[in-house]
Design a protein. Structure first.
Length: 81
């Protein structure tokens, strides 16, 4: 049930930084079937966090909605988008 409200992001494009509108989210690494374990990450009051599995750097952007990413293809469709 929580998966429906927690945004999911990935880094299939292999960009250096994924800008996101959420501070709490799940990183899946890449789109299935090449995903890693879905890791819940919480930035707290920081502006960025690195996924411990895939080393993707996620940076918070308060101009983006919670389920939105830049580049846009890094937001997993159907997961709190």
């Amino acid at each position: 049930m929580a998966d429906a409200i927690v945004p999911h992001f990935h880094n299939d494009p292999g960009v250096a930084v994924v800008h996101i509108g959420a501070r709490e989210f799940k990183c899946i690494g890449a789109r299935p079937p090449h995903d890693h374990p879905h890791v819940y990450l919480d930035m707290g009051d920081r502006d960025e966090i690195i996924c411990p599995y895939c080393s993707t750097l996620y940076r918070h952007d308060n101009k983006l909605a919670a389920g939105v990413a830049r580049p846009a293809e890094c937001a997993l469709a159907g997961k709190a988008a």
